[in-house]
Write a protein that binds this ligand. Structure first.
Ligand code: ZN
Ligand code: ZN
Length: 270
C-alpha cells in the first residue's frame, strides 16, 4: 500500500544527522513505501545572512549510495526544500537549474522578510501578541511573494510554520482572525491557479488536525494537489502523521495525494 513521506531531512541539511541510507532503512521499517529526501537549501540562514549558492555534490553522492542499498519495496526520490526563493528569484532559479535530475521542490518561508533582521521564525523573540501579529504580517507578505514564483516551488510548505514557535513562546495565534483569512485565500488561490500543490506538514506527527480549515479553503478555491510530509530530521518520525493526514484529506473531500517525480505531479489514491 502506498505511504509516501515527501518531506524529510538527512545529514545533508545543517540540522540533520542521519545518512540517506539510514533514513531509507528507517522509512522501510516505519511502513513507508516512498521516501523523498528534501534537504535544506536556504537563501537566508538562521540569522538572516544571505547565502545564494548551493553545492549539490554531497547530497547527490549520499542519495546515490542510499539508492544502491535501498531496502526492497522502498522507492527513493530526490527533492530539495528551497527556502526564501523570493529573496533572489534569479539565484533560486540558477540553483535549481544546476540540478535538473530533481524530483521535487518544496518552497518554504522560514525567515522574516522585512523585520527582525530577516532571521528565522524559529530564532525570533515573540514578546507579546503584538509581536506575533507583526511577524504574521511580514510572513504573509513572504508567502504571497513565493506563491507568485511558480518555477521556484512544486508545493508550498508548512504554512503554519511561525505558529509553532509562537506557541512555544506561549502565544496561541490563529491564521483565521482579522484579515488573515482573506490573504490566505489569495495565496491558496494563486497556488491552485498555477497548478501547484499545498503541503500538509505533520511536523513529525504533531500537526495534523490543524490543517483541516486550510485544506477546506484550498479545496474551495480550486486546489487539487496536496502533498504530505513529516518534516522528520530523525529516524523514528519518518512517516509520522502521514496516514492520519490521508484520512483528514478524505474527510475534506480529496481522493488523492500528490507526489512528484521529475517535478511532475502524480496522483496517488488514498
Ligand atoms: Zn521548512
Ligand atoms: Zn523541512
Amino acid at each position: 500500500m502506498f505511504l509516501g513521506d515527501t518531506h524529510t531531512h538527512s545529514r545533508c541539511s545543517p540540522d540533520g544527522r542521519f545518512s540517506m541510507a539510514e533514513m531509507a532503512r528507517a522509512a522501510a521499517e516505519n511502513g513507508v513505501s516512498d521516501l523523498w529526501l528534501t534537504d535544506h537549501c536556504d537563501l537566508l540562514d538562521l540569522n538572516g545572512v544571505f547565502t545564494p549558492r548551493y553545492d549539490w555534490a554531497p547530497c547527490r553522492a549520499d542519495h546515490e549510495e542510499a539508492r544502491r542499498g535501498a531496502p526492497p519495496g522502498l522507492a527513493l526520490h530526490r527533492g530539495v526544500e528551497l527556502g526564501e526563493a523570493y529573496e533572489d528569484p534569479a539565484a533560486a532559479r540558477a540553483i535549481l537549474a544546476a540540478e535538473p535530475e530533481l524530483d521535487f521542490v518544496i518552497g518554504s518561508v522560514h525567515n522574516f522578510r522585512v523585520i527582525m533582521g530577516k532571521r528565522d521564525f524559529y530564532n525570533a523573540d515573540y514578546g507579546d501578541l503584538d509581536a506575533c501579529h507583526r511577524a504574521l504580517e511580514d510572513y504573509l507578505g513572504s508567502l504571497e511573494a513565493l506563491a507568485g514564483l511558480p518555477d521556484c516551488y512544486d508545493t508550498l510548505a508548512h504554512i503554519l510554520y511561525p505558529l509553532r514557535y509562537m506557541e512555544r513562546a506561549g502565544h496561541r495565534v490563529s491564521l483565521f482572525t482579522g484579515d488573515y483569512p482573506q490573504r490566505l485565500e489569495g495565496i491558496l488561490r494563486t497556488v491552485a491557479q498555477q497548478g501547484k500543490a499545498l503541503e500538509v506538514n505533520t511536523w513529525r506527527g504533531r500537526t495534523v488536525a490543524e490543517w483541516e480549515p486550510i485544506l477546506r479553503l484550498f479545496k474551495a478555491v480550486g486546489g487539487e494537489y496536496v502533498t504530505v510530509g513529516s518534516d522528520s530530521h530523525d529516524l523514528e518520525h519518518i512517516g509520522a502523521g502521514v496516514r492520519e493526514s490521508y484520512e483528514l484529506l478524505r474527510v475534506c473531500g480529496y481522493r488523492y495525494t500528490a507526489v512528484y517525480e521529475g517535478r511532475e505531479p502524480k496522483m496517488e489514491a488514498i
